[in-house]
Design a protein around this ligand. Structure first.
Ligand code: SAH
Ligand code: MG
Length: 196
């Protein structure tokens, strides 16, 4: 079990530095899912400062996470946090853009929590790494976060394009023949796509 105070410090840093870590309801949903489905091997896209990866490891001592972060400052903070809670053996942190990561392994759960506009591309890119009967969980499915999205997203794409992308991704999941997807109005919207 990880020291509550250390978790609290990570959350405080996120708050102070506007790092969009999962809120309490979202993280409970995710960790409950991991517990119920006995997930052991996770691939996370979007580590930020390592908070969700650490919380996932906290569910089960046998669980391992590979997680990807492209922002240097957040990567360094994640590295520090992971060491501080003693999880460097169970969390593999990759400092890369997700699309430059080439993984051979398969994972029980792929958790996509990166940039809204990239959700579908990320799903398609990492699908090959999903184990049989695996699940892809996507965060940031809703529109209500659009008023306070990452500034990088405002700079690179206009809001209309982003709204369209979020809608298109929903439709993509709803119509996907190889996955059953359930949508949950938790946090900024979570989709759970179970491979058939
Ligand atoms: N899962 C984290 C929060 C992630 S916030 C938690 O709950 O604790 C989303 C992160 O994804 C940001 O830090 C951003 O830098 C990163 N990100 C966005 N697009 C990315 C990409 N293409 N490759 C790697 N990281 C990306
Ligand atoms: Mg998120």
């Amino acid at each position: 079990m990880i020291n509550d105070n250390k978790i609290k410090q990570i959350k405080e840093y996120a708050e102070l530095n506007n790092v969009p870590i999962m809120m309490d309801d979202g993280i409970s949903f995710l960790t409950d899912y991991i517990h119920k489905h006995r997930i052991k091997k996770v691939l996370e896209v979007g580590a930020a400062i390592g908070y969700s990866a650490i919380m996932m490891c906290n569910v089960d001592p046998e669980l391992t996470v590979t997680t990807i972060e492209r922002d240097e400052k957040r990567y360094l903070e994640a590295l520090k946090n992971i060491k501080n809670v003693g999880l460097e053996d169970r969390i593999q942190l990759l400092y890369k853009d997700a699309f430059d990561v080439h993984l051979e392994d398969t994972y029980d759960l792929i958790f996509i929590d990166a940039a809204k506009a990239q959700n579908q591309k990320l799903f398609e890119y990492f699908e090959k790494n999903l184990s049989e009967n695996g699940t892809i969980i996507t965060d940031n499915m809703n529109f209500h976060g659009l008023v306070q999205i990452d500034s990088e997203e405002i700079e690179s794409r206009n809001l209309r394009q982003l709204v369209r992308k979020v809608k298109d991704y929903r439709l993509f999941l709803e119509n996907h023949k190889q996955y059953n997807t359930e949508f949950f109005d938790i946090g900024d919207g979570i989709a759970v796509s179970q491979k058939i």
